[in-house]
Design a protein around this ligand. Structure first.
Ligand code: FAD
Length: 455
């Protein structure tokens, strides 16, 4: 427990204004967007520089006080919940774009930059940071969780864009990992180690990110199918035909139903695929469109809407970004358990069919980043109702075990946090012991985001 004297000491490091032990501030930092039980930090701190982060961590490590980094708390597995109290380090004030290196397709940022804001700035330079988790996430939180999103099918996940990191290690030492070269075979890949480590090994304060040129020509398709199997077969055929969608999302009939009810749309309440392509010219995109249409028709597509250009893409796609909000708004008295398994593409039909069967007695919605073999099942229920919640957790467990049997993973993009700890041993076998040794080596006191990853 942090006392008044401790708070005075932290104030000396970051300044009076940037420390708070107020109840409402602590409550804001006690939960993410998941159902996991909130836990209050003792104190919240807003540093402005790597040096301040280093001094806070050094101070806390000496006093055995747990430290949990905080982006904006949009995680879905309890990842930033300070389960052993202590200090929540909020990166809101470290929100500067430090350098845009247009000719190198790179940007240097502080960890608290929100990626949507970053992309607005980069857009003026014809550049894009592609990973797109949808929520207003920070770069630090995206690196923490190795976030992905709708563009991963073409562009990859956050890990594919991290070139160089400034990291405050447990104990307060600062290291600079990686370099700015487009390729490197030099030494262990420490950027990869910290990316996806959820703040359990160190705290990222700055990053150099790889960028791509901002695409300007778009083509979008919304295709409706009589069965989920028709839709998932289409995914496989589009991906294996040499086409390169920049997004490919599956939404089941219940998701379309909830969108109609909540947003007043009149969409077909059947399995639907949303596809987006970007490219060099409209002519090329029209050729791709003809090919996509042919594949959809071969798979019994019952309705197809399509368009070329950014506004057409918005018309066909905007509802995808509203999915999670619409589901939550339709069940305000319930909380979500969100499954996030991913499998090899050839097994996607199998996992989607299995998951739908497993949750058919629950209030559940199936959708996902189909082109990545990633499926989300959102189950809405009441964690206080122990009997019902046990059934929800049973479904979660069976779906994860099925994904692992299909040589997939328990989490495609949301991370381990609290929710997926129980599956790491099954997924990683003897490698989990090595992960534990790495954790013990870097953080021998187990103070960095404790209670995550390992049961
Ligand atoms: C509606 C909705 C849709 C979503 N869709 C997607 C999606 O499509 N794809 C996807 O991948 N995710 C998705 N997410 C999950 C979430 O948005 C991402 O995981 C995101 O990257 C979290 O960012 P954040 O800034 O909120 O981080 P937080 O939730 O605050 O933190 C995330 C983790 O990183 C750690 N962390 C934070 N800052 C740092 C730092 N500076 N250094 C080290 N560790 C740090 C935290 O301790 C925590 O473990 C979605 C969430 C919502 C609510």
């Amino acid at each position: 427990m942090i006392d008044i004297k401790n708070i005075q000491e932290i104030k000396i490091i970051v300044g009076d204004e940037w420390v708070s032990a107020g109840q409402s501030v602590r409550e804001l930092h006690s939960h993410d967007e998941s159902f996991h039980t909130p836990v209050l930090p003792d104190v919240v701190v807003w540093p402005h520089s790597t040096e301040e982060v280093s001094n806070i961590v050094k101070w806390a490590y000496e006093k055995d006080i747990p430290i949990t980094p905080w982006g904006v708390g949009t995680s879905l597995e309890g990842n930033p919940i300070p389960v052993r109290n202590g200090i929540s380090i909020d990166f809101q004030e470290m929100n500067k774009v430090l350098a845009i290196r247009q000719e190198d397709f790179q940007v240097d940022v502080q960890a608290g930059v929100v990626y949507k804001e970053l992309n607005k700035t980069l857009g003026h330079h014809g550049l894009l940071f592609p990973p797109d988790p949808g929520a207003a996430a920070t770069i630090g939180g995206m690196i923490g969780n190795n976030a992905s999103g709708i563009r991963t099918v073409k562009y990859g996940a956050t890990k594919d864009y991290v070139m160089r990191l400034t990291v405050v290690l447990p104990g307060g030492d600062v290291i600079h990992a990686g370099n700015r070269a487009r390729k490197s075979s030099s030494g262990y890949n420490l950027c990869a180690l910290f990316t996806g480590s959820e703040g359990t090994l160190g705290i990222v304060t700055e990053a150099t990110l790889r960028l791509v040129g901002l695409p300007v020509n778009f083509m979008a398709v919304r295709a409706v199918f009589p069965t989920v199997l028709n839709a998932t077969n289409t995914v496989f055929q589009v991906m294996s035909s040499g086409l390169s969608p920049s997004a490919m999302e599956l939404l089941d009939g219940k998701v379309m139903e909830v969108l109609n009810r909540d947003r007043g749309y009149s969409l077909h309440e059947q399995p639907t695929l949303l596809m987006e392509f970007n490219g060099y010219s409209e002519t090329g995109l029209r050729e791709e469109m003809a090919c996509v249409e042919e594949i959809c028709q071969e798979n019994a597509c019952s309705f197809l809407d399509k368009g070329i250009g950014a506004s057409e893409r918005s018309r066909l796609w905007d509802m995808r970004h509203l999915t999670f909000e619409s589901i939550k708004r339709s069940h305000t008295n319930l909380l979500p358990l969100i499954m996030d398994v991913a499998v090899p593409l050839s097994r996607y039909s199998e996992i989607v069919t299995f998951a739908r069967e497993e949750v058919k007695d629950l209030v559940a919605y199936v959708f996902g980043h189909a082109g990545d073999g990633n499926v989300h099942v959102v189950v809405m229920d009441n964690p206080e109702d122990k009997g019902r919640w046990a059934r929800v957790e049973e479904a979660n467990r069976k779906i994860v075990l099925k994904a692992l049997e299909l040589e997939g993973t328990c989490t495609g993009e949301h991370g381990v946090g609290i929710g997926k700890r129980q599956f790491l041993e099954i997924e990683h076998g003897e490698s989990l012991a090595l992960m534990q040794r790495i954790k013990a080596l870097l953080d021998p006191k187990d103070l960095m985001n404790p209670g995550k990853f390992f049961v």
